[in-house]
Write a protein that binds this ligand. Structure first.
Ligand SMILES: Nc1ncnc2c1ncn2[C@@H]1O[C@H](COP(=O)(O)OP(=O)(O)OP(=O)(O)O)[C@@H](O)[C@H]1O
Ligand SMILES: [Mg+2]
Length: 392
């Protein structure tokens, strides 16, 4: 079985068992967005009136599944503490704010904020140039056919790529970086430097973490740089500088390759699933670094990602890939964040509202008042802030 198939089988086997307490450790890993939400719905329905404990990195899934939560905080590889119990909504908001009031502990210096935007920041700037342009693309891989609408990405822009498993997202990424030639159409990246973090990563480098990073960029480990304090240290890579790349764990390798990809001075970054294996905190460290680097270098970044909250946090525009997984995929041109999410959630038959305090997206209960109203209005991804009483 594939990673996703095995995951679904094991979750299904657990909920089918008659028990008083159910424990799920990262049930969303390896699943695409649709499958994550299906999994969450299934767990919720099948465990009614039972105790369920879920450990999860995807905030939207966690928010949807849980009533109460505990935040684990501390210092990675040194110590960990479990917070008091908060209601799920308050707990997630505290976590995003970086402060736990009941224990009076600051777990992070700055807040993680979600903006509500119909337009990307770039739409407000004048003279933003298109830097990467592609025509209508067709590619036949034998069993699988991909078609992508023509489009363009602008300087300083982050384009999110969203869609189910096996729909052609990675194939598009490989076409962008020139690993695969399309049968019809072209991508214009002539004269641009590329930096690519593939989805499948292998410990192929013969040397240490330090050697790897310094080979990518001489001053990557210069202790006074922003990059060192905000990326290398925050991802805890400074603790494993002497380790051989071939000995790293999956998560460490992922962090190293993302850091390496971002350290490179490039015009175009293509990051295929940077969040896999990372915990929530690390996902936002990476997301923030992407945002800062792309804006400052006026580069372009394509991010393939299954975590909707991360898309909402960094993407200026979204390309939605749909079709029949494993058979045919169709990628849209970059759509505004709002219409891209809207298009995708319509396919999922789910509506989202905004949390009144942090602006983070929250799933509406299927069939609830807001769910029905938003569906009627075609507003699957609402940017309207909602008081929680209204949502209940
Ligand atoms: N080189 C290839 N030859 C033949 N088929 C391929 C090749 N590469 C990918 N495929 C098939 O094309 C389809 C799309 O694959 P792709 O890796 O682009 O999906 P994806 O959207 O990135 O999925 P995931 O979310 O699981 O990473 C899959 O069915 C895959 O098995
Ligand atoms: Mg892929």
């Amino acid at each position: 079985l594939s990673g996703g198939e095995l995951q679904k089988l094991l979750v299904a086997a657990s909920v089918l068992r008659e028990a008083d307490v159910y424990l799920f450790d990262e049930p969303a890993s390896y699943l695409d967005v649709a499958e994550r939400l299906n999994m969450a719905r299934t767990v919720k329905e099948m465990t009614k009136n039972k105790y369920v404990v879920v450990v999860e990195h995807d905030l939207i899934v966690l928010d949807y599944l849980s009533d109460q939560l505990n935040v684990l905080y501390g210092q990675s590889s040194v110590y960990g503490r479990v917070s008091k119990t908060y209601s799920s909504r308050v707990g997630i908001n505290n976590f995003l704010r970086g402060y736990l009031p009941a224990e009076n502990v600051q777990i992070r210096k700055e807040e993680i904020k979600f903006e509500f935007r119909d337009m990307s920041e770039l739409d407000l700037l004048k003279n933003v140039k298109e830097k990467v342009v592609w025509s209508h693309i067709r590619k036949d891989l034998g069993g699988f056919k991909l078609e992508v609408e023509e489009g363009a990405a602008r300087q300083g822009e982050i384009i999110g790529v969203l869609g189910p498993n096996g729909i052609g997202k990675t194939t598009f990424a490989r076409i962008l970086v020139g690993e695969i030639q399309p049968d019809e159409g072209f991508v214009n990246t002539v004269g641009l430097t590329l930096s690519y973090k593939p989805q499948k990563i292998l410990p192929e480098y013969d040397g240490t973490v330090q050697q790897y990073l310094e080979e990518v960029r001489k001053d990557a480990l210069s202790s006074t740089s922003w990059f060192y304090t905000e990326v290398v240290r925050r991802l805890n890579l400074h603790r494993i500088l002497e380790s051989k790349v071939t000995d790293l764990s999956g998560g460490e390798l992922q962090k190293l390759y993302i850091t390496g990809a971002l350290a490179k001075d490039a015009d175009v970054y293509v990051l295929d699933e940077p969040s896999s294996y990372l915990d929530v905190e690390e996902r936002y460290v990476v997301a923030k670094a992407i945002k800062k680097i792309i804006r400052e270098r006026k580069s372009i970044c394509f991010v393939v990602e299954h975590d909707l909250a991360i898309h909402n946090y960094i993407a200026d525009r979204i390309m939605v890939f749909k079709g029949v997984p494993g058979l045919e995929g169709y990628g849209t041109a970059p759509l505004s964040l709002r219409s891209g999410m809207n298009e995708f959630l319509k396919l999922m038959d789910l509506t989202f509202r905004r949390d009144g305090e942090t602006g983070r997206p929250r799933v509406n209960k299927p069939g609830s008042y807001l769910d029905r109203v938003q569906k009627e209005l075609g507003e699957y991804f609402s940017t309207r802030v909602v008081k929680e009483a209204e949502a209940e």
